[in-house]
Design a protein around this ligand. Structure first.
Ligand SMILES: [Zn+2]
Length: 262
């Protein structure tokens, strides 16, 4: 069976059982988002939310740090910071974030896939299987990566440049033959400006030493877990640069370039 069909079968069986959504444990599947991707695109790189505060809303997710000091990944209750040297280390609870998305991950769909799959095909396969592109999906993948290309944004100095400028000079790292974990989300196209439409995924190696924002990969022996949710709780800053940022324009092209370009 092709990976596409395996995903379709997995989603269909949960739809038939009626347990795709978790009506019983509502709060457990609530996505919590601090600020917006639109604000980050505009150079709003300082937030007031600490990781200690963020952890109350979830222990699984992704984001960044004040001054855009690297990429964040969280899973299994632990938060990691991947700085511009590509190295990972645990996050101090006092560290702050200008943008993060977290949840308490409790997957409904689990798929095992041994054969080689690349990033584009993986996205297509999940897209074909999901019951709707208008709700939210959290994705966790554990696999062997024959090849994975990641970037880590470098710490910025004020006055902050827009993210699309930072992305032009971002350090990119390629890892080969490494076991590790992907954590991320699929947001609907209508989330444009609030979050990254489509897939946004971060990577951490199994030895917890390296990772970043994922640009491309080839993986095999994958365990894919997906949490389906319709709950999104967003809090935006009440002070700082966010209040004066111009967030009314169409940023779809800039988001595409800053977050997805390989
Ligand atoms: Zn990212």
């Amino acid at each position: 069976m092709a990976i596409d069909d395996i995903f379709i079968k997995a989603f269909q069986s949960h739809r038939q059982q009626g347990d795709l959504f978790h009506h019983d444990s509502h709060k457990a599947h609530e996505l919590f988002q601090s600020s917006t991707i639109g604000a980050l695109m505009e150079g709003v790189y300082d937030g007031e939310v600490t990781y200690e505060e963020l952890a109350k809303h979830g222990d699984f997710g992704l984001g960044t740090f004040n001054a855009l000091d690297g990429e964040m990944i969280a899973f299994d209750g632990k938060f990691y910071q991947m700085k511009s040297d590509g190295k990972a280390s645990p996050v101090a609870p006092s560290a702050k974030t200008p943008f993060a998305v977290v949840m308490f991950f409790d997957p409904t769909v689990k798929v095992l896939w041994e054969e080689l799959t690349d990033w584009a095909h993986f996205q297509q396969a999940v897209d074909k299987a999901v019951p709707s592109k208008n709700i939210f999906y959290a994705v966790k993948v554990h696999a062997i990566f024959d090849h994975i290309k990641v970037r880590t944004v470098p710490r910025q100095q004020k006055p902050y440049p827009p993210l699309v400028e930072v992305a032009k000079r971002q350090p990119v790292y390629v890892h080969e033959g490494v076991r590790g974990t992907l954590v991320g989300f699929r947001f609907p196209d209508y989330a444009q400006g609030l979050n990254v439409p489509g897939y946004h995924v971060h990577f951490l190696s199994l030895d917890r030493t390296a990772g970043g924002h994922v640009l491309d990969f080839r993986m095999r022996d994958a365990t894919v877990e997906i949490d389906v949710t319709s709950d999104l709780h967003m809090e935006v800053p009440e002070c700082g640069d966010f209040l004066d940022a111009d967030l009314g324009k169409d940023q779809s092209e800039a988001i595409e370039r800053a977050e997805k370009e390989q």
